[in-house]
Structures are given as structure tokens and as C-alpha cells.
Design a protein around this ligand. Structure first.
Ligand code: GRF
Length: 215
């Protein structure tokens, strides 16, 4: 069974979607630890309520990015983590950390990458007048939201949308897509080939496997 480490900074709704999918038996994995850099964050409470070990590592208590990353790394190793999921983790991780998790570090981003990387992706999409945005689950490389894409879901931008309404609809898709991708990982169906991800969907309904809504 795949051991996950989830890194979060916020409310933890994506974490909750993983917990739910695991508890329902839809993913053959366990969350070995939830690591949070923000004391009191909702993600910590959600993990504790599910009986998952938690570690709070406030970044301000570390002199450098490297020292913070090393503290995170030590906890991931201590808990035997095999795949790291960034679920709303609002710290940039340094190169050494990213390299050591090559192909085993997932992030969920609220846009259809490579459009609108970095902060305020919803605002970027609204300001650009885009008609469609969405969410992306990707492997993390040393750039900001530039890593190989694993799966995406599209979300229309509707007249009258603001950041809050768009965020809400994108999150609904994230909560489907992230557990679906982690489930594929747990089955050994996600393989990095150079800069691209190969998905082995043999024997699966591809739409269902990636939670793509039917037209
Ligand atoms: C998500 O919308 C994700 O796209 C972004 O951060 C948000 C985290 O939300 N990276 P939550 O804490 O999982 O609710």
C-alpha cells in the first residue's frame, strides 16, 4: 500500500477529498503524515479528526529555506513516505528537496497549466478574460508550476463569476481529480518519461479513471 505524505497550509479541502477516497476504499494508499507550516490551519484539524499523524513546522522558526526543507524531509522519511502531495502548500520548496522527490511529488494548481501559473491563478484567469480555466495535477519540478502535467479538468468561467465563485467551482473539480490521480499512482499507472507523464489506463474507462465529465 502506497504511503502518502500530504503538505498543506490552508483549509485542507483537498486533503479531505483524499481522506474520503481512501476511507471509501477508492485508493489503495494511506496517509502516513500531514505536514503543515501554518499553526492552527484547517488541514491540521481535518487530519487529526481522521486519526492521521500531523506535524506542524512553522517556516518562520527556520533560519533558511534549506533548514525548513530539511525539517520537512526528515519527517517524510521518518514516516516512510513514498509519494508527497502538495495540497494547498503555500511555500516554495528548494531545488534539493524537489530533486530528491523527482517523479514522486504532486501538486494541485487552480488553472489549466501552462496558463496562469503562480499566485492568484483565479484572478489571472478573470483578468485575462478567459472563458475556460480549471485545475491541473502535475509533478513538481524546479520551476513554479512548470512540472509535467498528470491530469487536468476544465471549468468554464461564467458571466458574473468572481474569484470566490470560480474558486468554489474549480475546487469541486480538484476534489475529484486529485484522488483520481493518487489512485492511479497507487496502482503504478503513472510513469514519468522525460518531460512527459505516461498514464497507463489499460483495462480502465479513461473518462472515469480521470473523472472527466461526459459531454
Ligand atoms: C487549492 O485550490 C489548490 O489549487 C491550491 O491551493 C488550494 C488549497 O485548498 N494549490 P485546500 O486547502 O485544499 O482547501
Amino acid at each position: 500500500m502506497l504511503s502518502l505524505g500530504v503538505l498543506a497550509s490552508g483549509t485542507g479541502t483537498n486533503l479531505a477529498s483524499l481522506i474520503e477516497a481512501i476511507e471509501a476504499g477508492r485508493i489503495d494508499a494511506r496517509i502516513a503524515v500531514v505536514i503543515c507550516n501554518v499553526p492552527g490551519a484547517g488541514a491540521l484539524e481535518k487530519a487529526k479528526a481522521a486519526g492521521i499523524p500531523t506535524v506542524c513546522i512553522p517556516h518562520r522558526e527556520h533560519a533558511s529555506r534549506e533548514a525548513f526543507d530539511a525539517a520537512v524531509q526528515a519527517e517524510l522519511e521518518r514516516h516512510g513516505v513514498e509519494l508527497v502531495v502538495l495540497a494547498g502548500f503555500m511555500r516554495i520548496l528548494g531545488s534539493a528537496f524537489v530533486r530528491s522527490w523527482h517523479g514522486r511529488l504532486l501538486n494541485v494548481h487552480p488553472s489549466l497549466l501552462p496558463a496562469f501559473p503562480g499566485f492568484a491563478a483565479h484572478k489571472q484567469a478573470l483578468d485575462a478574460g478567459a472563458r475556460i480555466t480549471g485545475c491541473t495535477v502535475h509533478l513538481v519540478d524546479e520551476g513554479t508550476d512548470t512540472g509535467p502535467i498528470v491530469a487536468q479538468a476544465a471549468v468554464p468561467i461564467l458571466p458574473g463569476d468572481d474569484e470566490a465563485t470560480l474558486h468554489q467551482r474549480i475546487q469541486r473539480q480538484e476534489h475529484q481529480l486529485l484522488p483520481a490521480v493518487v489512485g492511479l499512482f497507487a496502482q503504478g499507472r503513472v510513469r514519468l518519461e522525460g518531460r512527459k507523464v505516461h498514464l497507463d489506463l489499460d483495462g480502465l474507462d479513461p473518462d472515469a479513471a480521470l473523472q472527466v465529465p461526459r459531454a
